[in-house]
Design a protein around this ligand. Sequence first.
Ligand SMILES: Cc1cc2nc3c(=O)[nH]c(=O)nc-3n(C[C@H](O)[C@H](O)[C@H](O)COP(=O)(O)OP(=O)(O)OC[C@H]3O[C@@H](n4cnc5c(N)ncnc54)[C@H](O)[C@@H]3O)c2cc1C
Length: 398
Amino acid sequence: VKAGTLASASPSYAAVALAQRVLPLLAQHADDVDQSGRFPSEGINALRESGLFGLLVPAEYGGLDGDLGDLVAVARILAGECMSTAMVWAMHCQQSDALVRHARRDLQATVLPGVADGRIYLGSVTSEPGKGGHLLSAASALLGDGDLLRIDREGPVVTGGQHADAFLATFRDRADAAPHEVTLVYVPRSRATVTPGPFWDALGMRGTQSGSLHLAADVRLTDIVGERGRFRAVAVDSMIPSGHLGWAACWIGAAHGALRRLVSLLRSPDRPRNADLSSDLAAERLARIRLDIETVAAYLHCVLDEVTEARRASRPLDDPAVQIHLNSLKVVAAEHTFRAIDRMVQFAGLSRGYLRHDSLALERCFRDLRSASLNYADDRLLTAIGKLTIMDRSVRLT
Ligand SMILES: Cc1cc2nc3c(=O)[nH]c(=O)nc-3n(C[C@H](O)[C@H](O)[C@H](O)COP(=O)(O)OP(=O)(O)OC[C@H]3O[C@@H](n4cnc5c(N)ncnc54)[C@H](O)[C@@H]3O)c2cc1C
Protein backbone atom coordinates (compact mmCIF):
# COMPACT_ATOMS: atom_id res chain seq x y z
CA VAL A 1 0.00 0.00 0.00
CA LYS A 2 1.59 3.25 -1.07
CA ALA A 3 -1.26 5.54 -0.18
CA GLY A 4 -1.98 8.73 -2.07
CA THR A 5 -3.64 10.56 0.77
CA LEU A 6 -5.51 9.10 3.68
CA ALA A 7 -8.45 11.47 3.42
CA SER A 8 -10.60 9.36 1.12
CA ALA A 9 -10.37 6.07 3.04
CA SER A 10 -10.74 5.37 6.72
CA PRO A 11 -7.58 7.28 7.74
CA SER A 12 -6.33 5.01 10.47
CA TYR A 13 -7.04 1.95 8.36
CA ALA A 14 -4.82 3.15 5.52
CA ALA A 15 -2.04 4.33 7.84
CA VAL A 16 -2.20 1.10 9.80
CA ALA A 17 -1.96 -0.94 6.59
CA LEU A 18 1.21 0.93 5.63
CA ALA A 19 2.71 0.39 9.09
CA GLN A 20 1.91 -3.31 9.11
CA ARG A 21 3.88 -3.81 5.92
CA VAL A 22 7.03 -2.61 7.65
CA LEU A 23 6.63 -4.83 10.71
CA PRO A 24 8.42 -7.96 9.46
CA LEU A 25 11.51 -5.86 8.75
CA LEU A 26 11.40 -4.33 12.24
CA ALA A 27 10.98 -7.75 13.84
CA GLN A 28 13.89 -9.10 11.83
CA HIS A 29 16.36 -6.40 12.90
CA ALA A 30 15.18 -5.24 16.36
CA ASP A 31 17.48 -7.52 18.34
CA ASP A 32 20.59 -6.70 16.30
CA VAL A 33 19.78 -2.96 16.36
CA ASP A 34 19.59 -3.13 20.15
CA GLN A 35 22.63 -5.36 20.56
CA SER A 36 24.95 -3.21 18.47
CA GLY A 37 23.32 0.11 19.34
CA ARG A 38 23.00 1.00 15.68
CA PHE A 39 20.45 3.17 13.95
CA PRO A 40 17.56 1.03 12.62
CA SER A 41 18.28 1.94 8.99
CA GLU A 42 16.32 -0.94 7.46
CA GLY A 43 13.08 0.04 9.20
CA ILE A 44 13.61 3.77 8.80
CA ASN A 45 14.36 3.40 5.08
CA ALA A 46 11.19 1.33 4.67
CA LEU A 47 9.23 4.05 6.48
CA ARG A 48 10.80 6.70 4.26
CA GLU A 49 9.68 4.74 1.18
CA SER A 50 6.22 3.89 2.51
CA GLY A 51 4.97 7.46 2.60
CA LEU A 52 4.66 7.38 6.40
CA PHE A 53 7.42 9.98 6.80
CA GLY A 54 4.85 12.37 5.38
CA LEU A 55 1.96 11.09 7.50
CA LEU A 56 1.10 14.54 8.88
CA VAL A 57 2.03 16.50 5.75
CA PRO A 58 -0.91 18.00 3.82
CA ALA A 59 -1.77 16.45 0.46
CA GLU A 60 -0.88 19.68 -1.37
CA TYR A 61 2.77 18.94 -0.51
CA GLY A 62 2.50 15.25 -1.38
CA GLY A 63 1.86 14.02 2.15
CA LEU A 64 -0.70 11.57 3.49
CA ASP A 65 -2.77 14.28 5.20
CA GLY A 66 -3.08 12.19 8.36
CA ASP A 67 -3.86 13.45 11.84
CA LEU A 68 -2.76 12.77 15.41
CA GLY A 69 -5.04 9.71 15.52
CA ASP A 70 -3.02 8.24 12.67
CA LEU A 71 0.22 9.15 14.46
CA VAL A 72 -0.93 7.30 17.57
CA ALA A 73 -2.21 4.28 15.62
CA VAL A 74 1.01 3.88 13.62
CA ALA A 75 3.38 4.52 16.56
CA ARG A 76 1.61 1.84 18.59
CA ILE A 77 1.98 -0.70 15.82
CA LEU A 78 5.64 0.03 15.08
CA ALA A 79 6.61 0.01 18.77
CA GLY A 80 5.13 -3.45 19.18
CA GLU A 81 8.15 -4.74 17.23
CA CYS A 82 10.88 -2.11 17.68
CA MET A 83 10.45 0.80 20.03
CA SER A 84 13.60 2.53 18.80
CA THR A 85 12.28 2.69 15.23
CA ALA A 86 8.87 3.81 16.45
CA MET A 87 10.37 6.60 18.58
CA VAL A 88 12.61 7.87 15.77
CA TRP A 89 9.57 8.00 13.49
CA ALA A 90 7.23 9.52 16.10
CA MET A 91 9.75 12.27 16.92
CA HIS A 92 10.20 12.99 13.21
CA CYS A 93 6.40 13.35 12.94
CA GLN A 94 6.44 15.66 15.98
CA GLN A 95 8.82 17.97 14.10
CA SER A 96 6.81 17.75 10.88
CA ASP A 97 3.66 18.72 12.77
CA ALA A 98 5.40 21.90 13.96
CA LEU A 99 6.41 22.75 10.38
CA VAL A 100 2.91 22.06 9.05
CA ARG A 101 1.26 24.24 11.68
CA HIS A 102 3.82 27.01 12.18
CA ALA A 103 6.35 27.37 9.33
CA ARG A 104 5.87 30.16 6.79
CA ARG A 105 4.42 29.03 3.50
CA ASP A 106 7.66 29.51 1.58
CA LEU A 107 9.55 27.33 4.07
CA GLN A 108 6.76 24.75 3.91
CA ALA A 109 6.92 24.72 0.11
CA THR A 110 10.70 24.14 0.27
CA VAL A 111 10.73 21.47 2.97
CA LEU A 112 7.44 19.58 3.19
CA PRO A 113 7.62 17.86 -0.24
CA GLY A 114 10.96 16.37 0.90
CA VAL A 115 9.43 15.25 4.20
CA ALA A 116 6.47 13.74 2.34
CA ASP A 117 8.56 11.71 -0.08
CA GLY A 118 10.86 10.47 2.68
CA ARG A 119 14.00 12.42 1.72
CA ILE A 120 14.02 14.53 4.89
CA TYR A 121 14.27 13.03 8.36
CA LEU A 122 13.79 15.81 10.90
CA GLY A 123 15.83 15.70 14.10
CA SER A 124 14.96 17.62 17.27
CA VAL A 125 17.38 19.82 19.25
CA THR A 126 15.68 21.28 22.32
CA SER A 127 17.75 19.92 25.25
CA GLU A 128 20.86 21.88 26.05
CA PRO A 129 23.78 21.60 28.48
CA GLY A 130 23.16 23.78 31.51
CA LYS A 131 19.39 24.14 31.19
CA GLY A 132 18.93 20.38 30.72
CA GLY A 133 15.62 19.24 29.30
CA HIS A 134 13.52 22.34 30.02
CA LEU A 135 11.60 22.85 26.79
CA LEU A 136 10.55 26.47 27.10
CA SER A 137 13.93 28.09 27.76
CA ALA A 138 17.19 28.30 25.83
CA ALA A 139 20.75 29.36 26.58
CA SER A 140 22.50 29.48 23.20
CA ALA A 141 21.46 32.62 21.29
CA LEU A 142 20.82 33.50 17.64
CA LEU A 143 23.70 35.80 16.73
CA GLY A 144 23.65 38.73 14.31
CA ASP A 145 20.90 41.05 13.15
CA GLY A 146 20.93 40.88 9.35
CA ASP A 147 19.21 38.41 7.03
CA LEU A 148 21.61 35.67 8.11
CA LEU A 149 21.81 34.57 11.74
CA ARG A 150 24.66 32.54 13.15
CA ILE A 151 23.87 29.49 15.26
CA ASP A 152 26.40 27.57 17.29
CA ARG A 153 25.05 25.18 19.87
CA GLU A 154 25.41 21.83 21.58
CA GLY A 155 22.65 19.26 21.41
CA PRO A 156 23.36 16.79 24.25
CA VAL A 157 20.65 14.29 23.25
CA VAL A 158 19.53 14.20 19.61
CA THR A 159 17.61 11.16 18.44
CA GLY A 160 19.09 9.90 15.19
CA GLY A 161 21.16 13.08 14.98
CA GLN A 162 23.82 11.52 12.77
CA HIS A 163 21.14 10.50 10.28
CA ALA A 164 18.94 13.58 10.35
CA ASP A 165 18.65 15.51 7.10
CA ALA A 166 17.52 18.64 8.94
CA PHE A 167 16.87 19.79 12.51
CA LEU A 168 14.37 21.90 14.37
CA ALA A 169 16.41 23.58 17.09
CA THR A 170 15.58 26.09 19.82
CA PHE A 171 17.61 29.21 20.60
CA ARG A 172 17.46 32.25 22.82
CA ASP A 173 16.16 34.85 20.42
CA ARG A 174 19.06 37.33 20.75
CA ALA A 175 22.24 37.68 22.75
CA ASP A 176 20.42 40.05 25.13
CA ALA A 177 17.14 38.07 25.22
CA ALA A 178 15.80 36.46 28.37
CA PRO A 179 16.04 32.62 28.56
CA HIS A 180 12.29 32.26 27.94
CA GLU A 181 12.41 34.31 24.71
CA VAL A 182 12.93 31.22 22.62
CA THR A 183 12.93 30.96 18.81
CA LEU A 184 12.58 27.73 16.82
CA VAL A 185 14.72 27.43 13.70
CA TYR A 186 14.79 25.00 10.78
CA VAL A 187 18.39 23.96 10.12
CA PRO A 188 19.02 21.88 6.97
CA ARG A 189 22.04 19.64 7.29
CA SER A 190 23.27 20.74 3.86
CA ARG A 191 23.92 24.24 5.25
CA ALA A 192 25.19 23.19 8.68
CA THR A 193 28.36 21.82 10.20
CA VAL A 194 27.31 18.89 12.34
CA THR A 195 29.96 17.43 14.62
CA PRO A 196 28.82 14.21 16.30
CA GLY A 197 29.77 13.38 19.87
CA PRO A 198 30.77 9.94 21.17
CA PHE A 199 28.87 6.71 20.51
CA TRP A 200 25.61 6.65 22.50
CA ASP A 201 25.99 3.55 24.63
CA ALA A 202 22.69 3.64 26.54
CA LEU A 203 20.75 1.19 28.71
CA GLY A 204 17.80 1.11 26.32
CA MET A 205 16.43 2.82 23.21
CA ARG A 206 19.84 1.99 21.83
CA GLY A 207 18.70 2.08 18.22
CA THR A 208 17.63 5.72 18.50
CA GLN A 209 21.31 6.63 18.68
CA SER A 210 20.38 9.72 20.67
CA GLY A 211 23.94 10.95 21.07
CA SER A 212 25.23 14.49 21.38
CA LEU A 213 26.22 16.75 18.53
CA HIS A 214 27.48 20.24 17.85
CA LEU A 215 25.45 22.28 15.38
CA ALA A 216 26.80 25.37 13.62
CA ALA A 217 25.29 27.18 10.64
CA ASP A 218 24.16 30.43 9.13
CA VAL A 219 20.38 30.38 9.00
CA ARG A 220 18.00 32.73 7.24
CA LEU A 221 15.20 34.71 8.82
CA THR A 222 12.84 32.66 6.64
CA ASP A 223 14.05 29.50 8.45
CA ILE A 224 12.40 30.67 11.67
CA VAL A 225 9.35 28.61 12.60
CA GLY A 226 6.60 30.50 14.40
CA GLU A 227 7.16 33.98 15.78
CA ARG A 228 10.54 35.11 17.08
CA GLY A 229 10.86 34.69 20.82
CA ARG A 230 7.49 32.96 21.04
CA PHE A 231 8.39 29.30 20.77
CA ARG A 232 5.97 28.64 23.62
CA ALA A 233 3.07 29.05 21.18
CA VAL A 234 4.54 26.36 18.88
CA ALA A 235 5.24 24.09 21.85
CA VAL A 236 1.75 24.36 23.32
CA ASP A 237 -0.05 24.06 19.99
CA SER A 238 2.10 21.39 18.38
CA MET A 239 5.26 19.99 19.95
CA ILE A 240 3.82 19.10 23.36
CA PRO A 241 0.60 17.46 22.12
CA SER A 242 2.21 15.60 19.21
CA GLY A 243 5.18 14.67 21.42
CA HIS A 244 3.25 13.40 24.43
CA LEU A 245 0.69 11.55 22.30
CA GLY A 246 3.39 10.04 20.08
CA TRP A 247 5.63 8.96 22.98
CA ALA A 248 2.74 7.51 24.96
CA ALA A 249 1.71 5.60 21.83
CA CYS A 250 5.23 4.19 21.49
CA TRP A 251 5.33 3.11 25.13
CA ILE A 252 1.94 1.45 25.14
CA GLY A 253 2.70 -0.15 21.78
CA ALA A 254 5.85 -1.71 23.24
CA ALA A 255 4.09 -2.93 26.40
CA HIS A 256 1.11 -4.20 24.41
CA GLY A 257 3.38 -6.07 21.99
CA ALA A 258 5.21 -7.66 24.92
CA LEU A 259 1.93 -8.77 26.53
CA ARG A 260 0.72 -10.24 23.24
CA ARG A 261 3.88 -12.32 22.95
CA LEU A 262 3.62 -13.40 26.57
CA VAL A 263 -0.02 -14.47 26.25
CA SER A 264 0.74 -16.31 23.06
CA LEU A 265 3.56 -18.20 24.82
CA LEU A 266 1.32 -19.04 27.78
CA ARG A 267 -1.28 -20.48 25.42
CA SER A 268 1.27 -22.57 23.52
CA PRO A 269 2.74 -26.00 24.28
CA ASP A 270 6.10 -24.25 24.81
CA ARG A 271 4.96 -22.45 27.94
CA PRO A 272 7.40 -22.78 30.83
CA ARG A 273 6.66 -26.00 32.75
CA ASN A 274 6.54 -24.13 36.05
CA ALA A 275 3.84 -21.68 34.83
CA ASP A 276 0.73 -22.78 36.75
CA LEU A 277 -2.01 -20.85 35.01
CA SER A 278 -4.74 -22.36 37.16
CA SER A 279 -3.45 -20.54 40.24
CA ASP A 280 -5.14 -17.37 41.51
CA LEU A 281 -1.72 -15.84 42.02
CA ALA A 282 -0.88 -16.16 38.33
CA ALA A 283 -4.29 -14.76 37.37
CA GLU A 284 -3.90 -11.80 39.70
CA ARG A 285 -0.43 -11.03 38.38
CA LEU A 286 -1.64 -11.12 34.78
CA ALA A 287 -4.60 -8.93 35.75
CA ARG A 288 -2.26 -6.29 37.19
CA ILE A 289 -0.29 -6.21 33.94
CA ARG A 290 -3.45 -5.92 31.90
CA LEU A 291 -4.88 -3.17 34.14
CA ASP A 292 -1.79 -1.01 33.65
CA ILE A 293 -1.96 -1.32 29.89
CA GLU A 294 -5.74 -0.83 29.76
CA THR A 295 -5.45 2.33 31.86
CA VAL A 296 -2.89 3.89 29.55
CA ALA A 297 -4.83 2.88 26.41
CA ALA A 298 -7.99 4.47 27.74
CA TYR A 299 -6.32 7.67 28.91
CA LEU A 300 -4.32 8.00 25.69
CA HIS A 301 -7.52 7.91 23.67
CA CYS A 302 -9.32 10.37 25.97
CA VAL A 303 -6.52 12.90 25.55
CA LEU A 304 -6.24 12.18 21.83
CA ASP A 305 -9.97 12.88 21.41
CA GLU A 306 -9.70 16.10 23.39
CA VAL A 307 -6.78 17.40 21.30
CA THR A 308 -8.32 16.25 18.01
CA GLU A 309 -11.58 17.98 18.85
CA ALA A 310 -9.76 21.19 19.84
CA ARG A 311 -7.80 21.13 16.58
CA ARG A 312 -11.00 20.60 14.55
CA ALA A 313 -12.62 23.55 16.30
CA SER A 314 -9.40 25.64 16.04
CA ARG A 315 -9.49 25.95 19.82
CA PRO A 316 -6.14 26.80 21.46
CA LEU A 317 -4.64 24.15 23.73
CA ASP A 318 -3.35 26.52 26.40
CA ASP A 319 -6.30 25.87 28.70
CA PRO A 320 -4.80 24.66 32.02
CA ALA A 321 -7.01 21.57 32.06
CA VAL A 322 -5.82 20.49 28.60
CA GLN A 323 -2.20 21.07 29.63
CA ILE A 324 -2.77 19.00 32.76
CA HIS A 325 -4.24 16.19 30.67
CA LEU A 326 -1.36 16.20 28.18
CA ASN A 327 1.26 16.25 30.93
CA SER A 328 -0.58 13.61 32.96
CA LEU A 329 -0.72 11.38 29.90
CA LYS A 330 3.06 11.50 29.56
CA VAL A 331 3.65 10.68 33.24
CA VAL A 332 0.91 8.04 33.53
CA ALA A 333 2.02 6.31 30.34
CA ALA A 334 5.68 6.33 31.41
CA GLU A 335 4.92 4.94 34.88
CA HIS A 336 2.31 2.34 33.98
CA THR A 337 3.96 0.89 30.89
CA PHE A 338 7.24 0.49 32.77
CA ARG A 339 5.44 -1.15 35.69
CA ALA A 340 3.66 -3.48 33.26
CA ILE A 341 6.89 -4.64 31.62
CA ASP A 342 8.55 -5.01 35.01
CA ARG A 343 5.69 -7.30 36.03
CA MET A 344 5.94 -9.23 32.77
CA VAL A 345 9.63 -9.87 33.43
CA GLN A 346 8.70 -11.10 36.91
CA PHE A 347 5.89 -13.28 35.55
CA ALA A 348 7.95 -14.84 32.78
CA GLY A 349 10.75 -15.51 35.26
CA LEU A 350 14.43 -15.93 34.85
CA SER A 351 14.26 -18.30 31.90
CA ARG A 352 12.01 -16.25 29.60
CA GLY A 353 11.82 -12.78 31.14
CA TYR A 354 15.35 -11.91 32.11
CA LEU A 355 17.56 -13.29 29.35
CA ARG A 356 18.80 -11.32 26.40
CA HIS A 357 17.79 -12.39 22.89
CA ASP A 358 14.72 -14.32 24.08
CA SER A 359 11.94 -14.27 21.48
CA LEU A 360 9.62 -12.54 23.99
CA ALA A 361 12.06 -9.58 24.05
CA LEU A 362 10.89 -8.64 27.56
CA GLU A 363 14.41 -7.77 28.66
CA ARG A 364 14.84 -5.35 25.75
CA CYS A 365 11.40 -3.79 26.30
CA PHE A 366 12.21 -3.38 29.99
CA ARG A 367 15.38 -1.44 29.16
CA ASP A 368 13.62 0.58 26.46
CA LEU A 369 10.67 1.48 28.69
CA ARG A 370 13.01 2.57 31.48
CA SER A 371 13.70 5.63 29.32
CA ALA A 372 10.07 6.78 29.41
CA SER A 373 10.27 8.71 32.67
CA LEU A 374 13.53 10.36 31.50
CA ASN A 375 12.34 11.25 28.01
CA TYR A 376 11.42 14.68 29.26
CA ALA A 377 11.82 14.27 33.02
CA ASP A 378 8.61 13.27 34.76
CA ASP A 379 9.66 15.49 37.69
CA ARG A 380 9.40 18.57 35.49
CA LEU A 381 5.91 17.58 34.38
CA LEU A 382 4.74 16.71 37.88
CA THR A 383 5.70 20.15 39.17
CA ALA A 384 3.95 21.70 36.14
CA ILE A 385 0.80 19.62 36.77
CA GLY A 386 0.80 20.69 40.42
CA LYS A 387 1.08 24.39 39.54
CA LEU A 388 -1.55 24.13 36.81
CA THR A 389 -3.91 22.38 39.23
CA ILE A 390 -4.03 25.57 41.31
CA MET A 391 -4.72 27.61 38.15
CA ASP A 392 -7.47 25.31 36.84
CA ARG A 393 -10.48 26.51 38.77
CA SER A 394 -12.75 24.33 36.61
CA VAL A 395 -10.99 21.17 37.86
CA ARG A 396 -12.19 19.69 34.59
CA LEU A 397 -11.20 16.05 34.13
CA THR A 398 -10.80 14.36 30.71
C1 LIG B 1 15.34 8.11 24.28
C2 LIG B 1 15.49 9.59 24.43
C3 LIG B 1 15.51 10.39 23.29
C4 LIG B 1 15.67 11.77 23.40
N1 LIG B 1 15.72 12.52 22.25
C5 LIG B 1 15.93 13.85 22.33
C6 LIG B 1 16.04 14.64 21.14
O1 LIG B 1 15.93 14.14 20.02
N2 LIG B 1 16.26 15.96 21.27
C7 LIG B 1 16.38 16.56 22.49
O2 LIG B 1 16.58 17.77 22.53
N3 LIG B 1 16.31 15.84 23.64
C8 LIG B 1 16.08 14.50 23.58
N4 LIG B 1 16.02 13.76 24.73
C9 LIG B 1 16.24 14.45 25.99
C10 LIG B 1 15.03 14.45 26.86
O3 LIG B 1 13.93 14.97 26.26
C11 LIG B 1 15.26 15.08 28.21
O4 LIG B 1 14.85 16.37 28.21
C12 LIG B 1 16.64 15.06 28.69
O5 LIG B 1 17.06 13.74 28.68
C13 LIG B 1 16.66 15.61 30.07
O6 LIG B 1 17.88 15.30 30.70
P1 LIG B 1 17.97 14.94 32.23
O7 LIG B 1 17.53 13.54 32.45
O8 LIG B 1 19.32 15.33 32.65
O9 LIG B 1 16.84 15.81 32.94
P2 LIG B 1 16.68 17.34 33.18
O10 LIG B 1 15.33 17.69 32.70
O11 LIG B 1 17.82 18.14 32.64
O12 LIG B 1 16.72 17.40 34.76
C14 LIG B 1 17.89 17.05 35.52
C15 LIG B 1 17.47 16.39 36.80
O13 LIG B 1 16.67 17.28 37.57
C16 LIG B 1 15.41 16.69 37.86
N5 LIG B 1 14.39 17.72 37.77
C17 LIG B 1 14.19 18.56 36.74
N6 LIG B 1 13.18 19.39 36.99
C18 LIG B 1 12.71 19.06 38.22
C19 LIG B 1 11.67 19.55 39.03
N7 LIG B 1 10.90 20.57 38.62
N8 LIG B 1 11.47 18.97 40.23
C20 LIG B 1 12.25 17.97 40.64
N9 LIG B 1 13.25 17.46 39.91
C21 LIG B 1 13.49 18.00 38.73
C22 LIG B 1 15.22 15.61 36.81
O14 LIG B 1 14.40 14.56 37.25
C23 LIG B 1 16.64 15.13 36.61
O15 LIG B 1 16.97 14.21 37.62
C24 LIG B 1 15.82 12.37 24.67
C25 LIG B 1 15.80 11.57 25.81
C26 LIG B 1 15.62 10.20 25.71
C27 LIG B 1 15.60 9.38 26.94
